[in-house]
Design a protein. Structure first.
Length: 92
């Protein structure tokens, strides 16, 4: 029983340290990129790149938990091989 409590406590401490780390992505970075927006807590896990249209990833549309802050393509846009957000119909 005490091992389980210790494991939970260590997980909480580790999660707090990770979440308290300064984000490498800021709203200003995202706003400077065309067709991108800033998300402090990114929940979307799938269909974010052009490649996902050809080979869909085996994951739900909403992932459990909160990922690191990120620049996400605006609605109707996907990230191409060059890392730019393009309209879905421009994915090759």
């Amino acid at each position: 029983m005490s091992f389980s409590v210790l494991a939970v406590c260590l997980f909480v401490v580790a999660s707090t340290v990770v979440l308290a780390a300064p984000p490498s992505v800021t709203p200003e970075v995202c706003e400077s990129r065309e067709n991108e927006v800033y998300y402090k807590c990114q929940l979307e896990a799938c269909y974010t790149t052009c490649q996902h249209l050809k080979t869909p990833p085996p994951c739900p549309s909403i992932a459990a938990g909160c990922f690191q802050p990120a620049c996400i393509c605006k609605g109707g846009f996907l990230r191409n091989a060059e890392g730019k957000c393009v309209p879905e119909d421009q994915c090759h």
